[in-house]
Write a protein that binds this ligand. Structure first.
Ligand code: BGC
Length: 894
């Protein structure tokens, strides 16, 4: 047994870290043995690889620590000043007290922690665009001499805008859209790269290209650009350590030169315009000179905090081949966020345009009406003289189809390759079952996530929007955490939420906040509440208490703000002066507007109660019993107010919408005795509607869970398998490759929905994914032992499915379940990762004998029988693989 997958603050070998006592994670190798557990660990952290190889931890030797913790173990060694290099490894002792081998080494390095570590200055081009006009993208260069052998070099770099940095003509790092999107007026991420191999003796050249990006380009639907500042600027500090121990620092300052080149325009929404004839060969190599270049302008620092990266940057994740659908239109076969790379040969001066769209009109042309103001058009002018390959730098689009306009010859599909861009996150989950349409739905959900987890969780990647909408993010986060490892992604975004919080305590509708417009400071129910729901979900899925502790005061202020605006315990009260929220966004239940028929004050008060209850749980996790009691009391108070206003003495809801029933049940807002009555109304509303839902963003995500909890998973399955719209599978039957914003984005009867709001890549309704993993396949965590340290494996077969399976790479390793129904027998295979335990609920007829392997389950090694519960035999197990089999109730047979 050897520990592996060593991570520091969720990241693999991070450089430029600014967490003073970083948390370390590792996994234990799976074994054929059951009940593998860690009893103790020893961590060594050394300042060099040599010391570590000699088993010396000069920065920290934890000694043998009796503990089963293999996640979130805080570094507790010597203080780590700026630039400290830390190499680390560990060994563990298992349940039999056998010591493992040492793990392979891993590392992290501290960044520039003190403002005084920085001597670089912000530099920019003297020319700036206007609030509605774009200018050519500035290039920067600086030549410097290296006269001695280099032992090591680190580049600390960031930009207000986007940058691409090179050393001696070679791009540093593979990251896209660095430094990433934050509220640049408050906090700006710095990247650190090991650039030792980029330098050579003699003249060296540092080069940078700056894009407008989120900083000063178009963002959202706003008419004006320049949300955070008027022009992009660069801050770079190259620290070189020579073999003789001397050091040198090259920094951005007034000695850098700047000029414009082939990128005539570059914007996230509008696209990029590139004229290859204007390339400047050698601009990033020694000896370049051009009269058109001038000294860079030094621009002031605006006091924003410089922080290390907490998440993985956006990268080119996948390449996708295209097929031609006409002379000039190509199909990726998949709706993505990204762009295309073209390869073409044409005479100098030939300009080709690349237009992007998610769908085609009935006449075969691109359906671009739903892009609104986003031109999503790239343009390339050839320099001639042979094959040219080009991909834009500082833009991305949401699309499946590309039109190549202006190419003089016959365009072929090998000229156009799709490139999917999204934030670095490991794929952790798989779900699969016997229904191919549901499998395609799962694929679409994953692609919806890839297309929208780009720096921040966005609503959609195609139109002039692409904002970090909080409502969308919170409904989907649990699904997101099944599909991919999103711990680091949400750690970073929670910082954006904190920066976006108003002084009075309210969270916004979207984060980061757009400074120029200061838009939607009050997020409204279910949107603002993401500020509490998301960190709680990160805690559940990853056992992360730091995100709770770090944002506890901010969440408390938010709850305080709700209390201050609520009237008699009712949030979004019609008599109040505060905006009531988006409602059950895009619900189909008939009220005018986009928020459906469920009243805002019902949604508002339901989420008030929910947020109070979550705060109680968070306070309990953080061992603040006084606060926990205070919030539980607040929950009860709000629940009472909710009942007074929305539930009659007979158990009728004042609003009869599906979402009203769902929220009342999901958040435990009705008296216990009235639950059956409310569930009955919900079920009959669905049945009256031909087994169809009418909920919007707010209700849809909880709907299947509420039905399952009420013992009506049969109805949840009917909704899941419904093929007529509104339903999850309708879009699938229409060839969707992502999740649509609206249940009726396109219908056979009506064609396309209103183009003003008709995204075909909006993950919110993909929140059904959580139910697929947690209920159909049955993988869940025990909230009392989060991060699947104790897993609850409780599949609930139904809907005529004959098998379903899910795998989840948890912080401890792979947790998996697969059930098959054959005739009367259900078999359930479960894998539990090392150092964890699980409760396994095997669905079985009441009198059935359950086997594990070839023996009665209760006698199987490592299996403890816990009795029967709700139609399942329950067992407790440690790590290992288990095969249960049991006869089913006749109703469950397929
Ligand atoms: C977005 C949504 C978002 C909403 C606010 C829309 O324009 O696309 O997904 O949550 O505005 O209700």
């Amino acid at each position: 047994m050897k520990p592996f997958a060593l991570r520091c603050e969720y990241l693999t070998d991070p450089l430029g870290l600014d967490v003073l006592s970083p948390r370390l994670n590792w996994k234990l190798e799976p074994s054929d043995r059951r009940g593998v557990a860690q009893r103790a660990y020893q961590i060594l952290v050394a300042s060099s690889r040599e010391l570590l190889d000699h088993d010396r931890g000069n920065l920290w030797d934890s000694g043998q620590v009796e503990s089963d913790a293999s996640a979130h173990v805080h570094y507790a060694g010597a203080a780590l000043p700026s630039g400290t290099r830390c190499c680390w490894k560990l060994r563990v002792w298992d349940e039999a007290r056998t010591a493992s081998q040492w793990s392979d080494p891993a590392r992290w390095e501290m960044g520039l922690l003190q403002p005084s570590d920085w001597t670089a200055q912000w530099i920019a081009s003297p020319t700036a665009g206007g609030d509605q006009s774009m200018i050519p993208t500035p290039y920067f260069r600086k030549e410097f001499l290296i006269d001695r052998p280099v032992a090591g070099a680190r580049l600390h770099v960031t930009a207000r805008g986007l940058y691409e940095f090179s050393l001696n003509g070679q791009q540093v790092g593979k990251d896209i859209f660095t430094p990433g999107w934050t509220d640049y007026t408050k906090r700006i991420q710095v990247q650190t790269y090991d650039v030792t191999a980029f330098l050579h003796p003699g003249a060296n050249v540092a080069g940078a290209i700056l894009g407008d990006g989120w900083y000063c380009g178009y963002v959202g639907w706003f008419k004006e650009r320049q949300h955070y500042g008027e022009r992009p600027s660069l801050l770079a500090q190259l620290e070189i350590e020579f073999a003789d121990g001397e050091r040198a620092t090259i920094v951005s300052d007034g000695s850098w030169e700047t000029g414009a080149g082939p990128i005539l325009q570059s914007d996230m929404l509008m696209g990029e315009v590139y004229d290859a004839r204007r390339e400047m060969p050698g601009w990033d190599a020694a000896g370049f000179h051009s009269d058109d270049w001038c000294p860079a302008l030094i621009v002031p620092d605006d006091g924003a905090r410089r922080v290390g990266m907490r998440s993985e940057p956006v990268r080119r994740q996948l390449e996708i081949k295209t097929v031609s659908v006409s002379n000039s239109i190509f199909d990726l076969g998949q709706n993505i966020a990204g762009r295309v790379r073209i390869k073409l040969t044409a005479p100098a001066g030939t300009t080709v345009q690349l237009l992007h769209a998610e769908a085609l009109n009935p006449d075969g042309s691109l359906y671009a009406a739903n892009l609104r103001k986003a031109a999503a058009t790239d343009s390339y002018t050839c320099k001639g003289g042979g094959e040219e390959i080009w991909e834009p730098r500082f833009t991305f689009h949401g699309f499946r189809y590309v039109e190549l306009k202006g190419f003089p010859g016959e365009a072929t599909s090998d000229m156009v390759t799709g490139i999917a861009l999204y934030s670095g996150m490991d794929e952790t989950g798989r779900f699969e079952c016997s229904d191919e349409l549901v499998n395609q739905l799962q694929t679409n959900i994953q692609w919806g996530q890839r297309g929208n987890y780009l720096e921040v969780p966005t609503d959609c990647p195609q139109r002039d929007e692409r904002l970090g909408w909080m409502g969308d993010a919170q409904v989907f986060i649990r699904t997101g955490a099944f599909n991919f490892d999103v711990a680091a992604f949400f750690t970073k975004w929670q910082g954006d939420i904190a920066d976006a919080q108003a002084d009075s305590g309210e969270f916004p509708a979207a984060a980061p906040v757009m400074r120029r417009s200061n838009m939607l400071r009050e997020g409204g129910p279910a949107w603002a509440d993401a500020g509490v729901i998301c960190p709680w979900t990160v805690y559940l899925c990853y056992g992360d208490t730091a995100i709770l502790a770090g944002h506890y005061d901010s969440m408390r202020r938010f709850l305080g703000w709700i209390e201050s605006i609520a009237i008699d315990g009712i949030r979004s009260h019609p008599d109040g002066s505060v905006w009531g929220g988006f409602g059950d966004w895009l619900a189909l239940d008939g009220s005018p507007g986009k928020g459906g028929a469920t009243p805002n004050d019902l949604i508002g008060t339901a989420f008030y109660a929910y947020a109070a209850r979550l705060m109680g749980k968070i306070a309990a996790v953080l061992e603040k019993p006084g606060d926990a009691a205070e919030y539980e009391a607040l929950f009860k108070k709000v629940k009472a107010a909710y009942q007074r206003r929305f539930i009659t003495a007979d158990g009728l809801l004042a609003s009869a919408t599906q979402t009203a029933c769902v929220l009342t049940l999901q958040f435990d807002l009705a008296p216990e005795a009235m639950r059956p009555q409310i569930l009955k109304s919900l079920v009959s509303s669905i049945e009256r509607n031909d087994n169809k839902l009418s909920t919007g963003f707010v209700g849809a995500s909880y709907l299947p869970h509420v039905l399952t909890r009420g013992g009506r998973s049969d109805i949840a399955y009917k909704l899941l398998l419904q093929k007529n719209w509104p339903s999850w599978l309708y879009a699938v039957t229409q060839g969707a490759t992502t999740i649509w914003e609206r249940w009726d984005g396109w219908t056979k009867e009506k064609g396309f929905q209103d183009p003003e709001m008709n995204s075909f890549n909006h993950y919110a309704y993909g929140a059904i994914g959580e139910w697929l993993y947690a209920t159909v396949a049955g993988l869940d965590t025990d909230p009392a032992s989060p991060a699947y340290k104790h897993a609850i494996v409780k599949p609930q077969p139904g809907g005529g499915l004959t098998h379903a399976s899910a795998r989840l790479n948890t912080l401890y390793g792979e947790l998996a379940s697969r059930w098959d129904i054959q005739g009367e027998t259900l078999t359930l295979k479960v894998t539990v990762p090392p150092n964890t335990t699980a409760s396994i609920h095997v669905p079985a007829a009441q009198d059935a004998s359950v086997t594990e392997g070839c023996v009665p389950a209760a006698q199987a090694p490592g299996v403890e029988a816990l009795g029967w519960k709700n139609g399942a035999a329950v067992y407790r197990v440690g790590s290992g693989t288990y095969r249960f089999a049991a006869r089913q109730e006749p109703s469950r047979k397929t």
